[in-house]
Every structure is written in structure tokens, then in C-alpha cells.
Design a protein around this ligand. Structure first.
Ligand SMILES: C[S@@+](CC[C@H](N)C(=O)[O-])C[C@H]1O[C@@H](n2cnc3c(N)ncnc32)[C@H](O)[C@@H]1O
Length: 291
């Protein structure tokens, strides 16, 4: 149900607001369970604040490299064309990349600030797309709407992400692609590096403030298959060599594209992607399956 449109100064398209969001606590949301309970409200406040204060347009360059490699892997599994939706889009890095590739994209988040950041990303790249404010626990779309349903860095923030995955698969078309990258709380060379960066160079993303679950590879596989997805794959990815060079990269955000590519190959131990060691040392799990 569309409630109202938000006009954001300087942006050509309105953000469409679905249901209750921004911490409004309607009776309906109380009835449907835990989703806007106090802890969730606190989370929402946290994200709103984060998207207000962070300059996510210029990410740390290690983050850019992780995206670069992720996109290369994604290219191998994406359908040729179709519509996509990113749940908990934040700055919508993946969606704007998909829009650049010609997909019809929806970017969805319950943080108004996130959607402003997302729109900004699209605006700067002269892209068009749809922006939806809604709760991931109750997606305002009909069954089987999208060819691609994805989330990045969302599912680790819930002790039980099952209901969100259920919603994501519900709105996925039959034979559509489900993709999620999940960054659970676990050892990884990237986290180690960030800790070192914080200690040695006083840089970092303070990412540990937000709750993160400890899902492992097997549990994620179960989460996806229990939601009716088939041909499920869960790979450990993002092993960064904790060298002084890579610590320095944490604070050199403006690498040129070509340099980025080159450094990517050097600093990323790509051959560890999808291996057992990759699962042990990698920063995130690259997870996908088909409906
Ligand atoms: C760690 S950020 C990830 C953002 C983006 N995908 C990325 O990788 O940069 C998690 C995002 O999920 C959003 N989010 C968290 N819980 C949500 C919920 N219940 N419904 C909708 N969005 C949610 C937050 O507002 C935040 O923007």
C-alpha cells in the first residue's frame, strides 16, 4: 500500500513510502510481531544516524575492492536481464551497478536517510531507478515480482533472519536469482586489518556497534534451502592480506579505476575465494540460489 511520496530537494523522483517506517509504531505493526519492537527501533535510529553522518560516497578503498571482486563473481550468475530489488539497500552500491548494467532496479530500505544517499548515488551517475521505504519483514510487493532479489550486509544484523529471507523468496519469480552477502561476526583477515588500522593509523568504520549474528556456512545453506531455494551455494570470500600496504589503503579512498583493478589483483587473495580457507579467513559469505 502506497501511503505517500517524499520529495527530496534536488532529486527528480519521489521516494515512495510503504506502510509505516521511520520508527512510526502503528497498531498493525504491533500486531504482526517483533519487527518494530524497541530493539528494532533502536536499530532503525542507528541506521538513520549512520546514513546522516557517514560519507558513503567515498568508501574506503578496500571496500571498493571488495565490491569490485564481488561484482565480477556476480556477473557469472546474473540472469541476462530483468528487474531487481535490493533489500536494506543503504547507499545502493549493488543496485546502482545493476542499473548501469541495464537492469530495472528497486532500492529498498527503512531508513529515509539511506534512501537519500541511494538516490544521490543514482543522481551522480545519471541513472534512474525506484526507491522504496519499507520494512524488510513485510515487503510491500506481490508474490513473484522480481527476477533478482538481493541484500548485502543485511542478514547478519538479525538473530533470526529467517522471516526476511522468507519475504525475499516470496517476491522472487520462479527461476529467479536470490543473492545475499552476509558478514557474520567471525574472524577474518579484513577485520584483523581494520583493528590494526584503528590502532596504528586511527582509521576504521566502527562497524562493531551494530549487532551481528554468528551464522556459519552450513547454517546459511540451511537458511536458504529451508526457504525453498535450490542449487544453493555459500562461499567464503574477501580474504585480504593484512599487510602495511593494505592498512594504508584503508585511508586512500580515491584510487583511479585502473589502479584499483591492479591493486585488487595484488591485495586480494582471489584464489582463496570459494575455498575452505576462504571460509575461515574471508570477511563475508557470498550466497545464492534459485527459486
Ligand atoms: C549494513 S547496511 C548495508 C547497506 C548496503 N546494502 C551496503 O552494503 O552498503 C544495512 C542496511 O539495512 C537497512 N535495514 C536494516 N534493517 C532493516 C529492515 N528491517 N527493513 C529495511 N531495511 C533495513 C539499514 O537501514 C541499512 O541501510
Amino acid at each position: 500500500m502506497v501511503v505517500k511520496s517524499l520529495n527530496v530537494k534536488g532529486f527528480p523522483y519521489p521516494i515512495v513510502v510503504h506502510g509505516s517506517c521511520y520508527g512510526m509504531r502503528s497498531r498493525r505493526n504491533k500486531e504482526v510481531g517483533h519487527r518494530l519492537e524497541d530493539s528494532n527501533l533502536k536499530q532503525q535510529e542507528y541506521w538513520n544516524k549512520l546514513w546522516t553522518t557517514q560519507n558513503w560516497a567515498s568508501r574506503d578503498s578496500l571496500g571498493e575492492m571488495i565490491d569490485y571482486v564481488k561484482f565480477r563473481h556476480l556477473l557469472n550468475i546474473l540472469p541476462m536481464k530483468g528487474s531487481s530489488i535490493e533489500i536494506g539497500c543503504g547507499s545502493a552500491r549493488v543496485s546502482s551497478w545493476l542499473a548501469l548494467k541495464g537492469y530495472e532496479t528497486f532500492a529498498m530500505d527503512y531508513s529515509k536517510q539511506a534512501l537519500i544517499t541511494a538516490k544521490n548515488s543514482y543522481f551522480q551517475l545519471s541513472l534512474s531507478g525506484d526507491f522504496v521505504c519499507a520494512d524488510a519483514f513485510k515487503l510491500p510487493f506481490k508474490n513473484e515480482t522480481f527476477n533478482i532479489v538481493l541484500s548485502t550486509g543485511l542478514l547478519e544484523h538479525f538473530s533470526d533472519p529467517f522471516p526476511i529471507v522468507r519475504e525475499m523468496t516470496r517476491i522472487l519469480k520462479v527461476r529467479g536469482l536470490f543473492y545475499a552477502d552476509i558478514v557474520p561476526k567471525k574472524f577474518s583477515t579484513f577485520r584483523l586489518l581494520r583493528r590494526l588500522g584503528e590502532k596504528v593509523l586511527n582509521v576504521g568504520l566502527n562497524s562493531d556497534e551494530m549487532f551481528e549474528n554468528r551464522l556459519n556456512q552450513k547454517q546459511i545453506e540451511k537458511l536458504l534451502t529451508a526457504n525453498g531455494l535450490s542449487n544453493v551455494h555459500v562461499y567464503g570470500m574477501g580474504v585480504i592480506v593484512p599487510s602495511l600496504k593494505s592498512i594504508q589503503l584503508l585511508r586512500s579512498p580515491n584510487l583511479g579505476k585502473e589502479t584499483l583493478k591492479k591493486r585488487c589483483y595484488w591485495n586480494y587473495v582471489k584464489w582463496l575465494d570459494k575455498t575452505k580457507l576462504g571460509s575461515l579467513l574471508g570477511w563475508y559469505f557470498f550466497c545464492y540460489g534459485w527459486k
